[in-house]
Design a protein around this ligand. Structure first.
Ligand code: ASP
Length: 287
């Protein structure tokens, strides 16, 4: 077991300059500190990343899980993905309705099916079969977080990447998608290689205007810049985000490599995030 570990979580790109994010900061710090304790104790990144994302989803503070916004048809369609770097196993769900924890269902797709991705009705049927907790009353459960102070921000996903003491890299992302999305719209988050990616070198989770991250296959682009281009993590992350920006897209990326280096650039107005690295104090920031 190595002494090196690192973890970054994000609560989405985009913040309002004068809004008070102390609840989110406190929540992210709590999750980061708890995750650090587990990493130091030798827990596996797969369990930690899924638990962190489930807590982010359940908090109602971010545009994922409980804090998701309805689409134009008034329905809550959620996307999520998880990827385990060493095995390249991945699971994802798109346009899932009626379940509390999309990331839990994505993990079950990875572990319990021969597939990588389930969407819509099939994803819901699978979640029901696996007895995932349902949302009892849509109107009572969801507390859309996209409009703090009644002002709306268009994006806000949650995600987590980690390197554990076994040397395993894991990435996960979960979202309610962009504000006022069309029914059936799927963003980058559940698309392996766009919003979420992990291999034996790097784990990546993206947030922002998903269409741009889809069009540049951002997460895999970053990994490929390292694998084929020999770039260091921060260089590859900046370049991948630069490609998004080059098309006019806004957002941010969190990434950790196998040496425990971290990168978390954004070109949006802020990105809620917390950073854990062995031997360093936890960093929590929104802009
Ligand atoms: N990337 C997400 C999507 O397009 C939204 C976000 O990150 O806020 O669905």
């Amino acid at each position: 077991m190595s002494q090196t570990y690192a973890l970054i979580l994000h609560g989405g790109a985009g913040v309002l300059a004068d809004h008070d994010y102390s609840a989110e900061r406190e929540h992210m710090r709590h999750l980061a500190e708890r995750a650090e304790g587990r990493l130091a104790a030798g827990d596996h990144a797969m369990d930690i990343v899924c638990d962190v994302i489930a807590d982010l989803e359940a908090s109602g503070l971010y545009v994922a899980g409980k804090g998701a916004s309805p689409n134009r048809a008034g329905r809550y369609e959620l996307d999520a993905a998880i990827m385990h770097g060493p095995s390249r196993k991945a699971g994802s769900i798109a346009a899932l309705t009626g379940f509390i924890s999309p990331i839990g269902v994505a993990r079950a797709v990875m572990q319990d099916t021969p597939h990588v991705m389930l969407a819509g009705h099939g994803a819901c049927e699978f979640a029901a079969l696996k007895e995932f907790q349902r949302v009892d009353s849509v109107n009572d459960y969801y507390t859309p977080a996209a409009a703090p102070d009644d002002r709306e921000i268009p994006t806000g996903t949650v995600g987590c990447v980690a390197l554990d003491t076994h040397g395993e890299l894991v990435a996960g992302t979960s979202t309610g998608g962009t504000l006022n999305k069309m029914e059936g719209r799927v963003g980058d988050c559940p698309i392996i290689g766009a919003g979420t990616w992990a291999d034996d070198q790097v784990a990546v989770s993206c947030t922002g205007q998903g269409e741009f991250f889809l069009r540049t296959a951002t997460a895999r682009d970053l990994a490929a810049r390292m694998a084929y281009g020999g770039m260091a993590l921060d260089e590859a992350t900046d370049a991948a985000l630069g490609a998004v920006g080059g098309l006019g897209g806004e957002g941010g990326i969190i990434a950790v490599d196998r040496a425990g280096n971290v990168a978390h650039p954004f070109n949006s107005p802020g990105m809620k995030r917390a950073v854990v690295q062995a031997g360093k104090p936890v960093i929590v920031a929104v802009n």
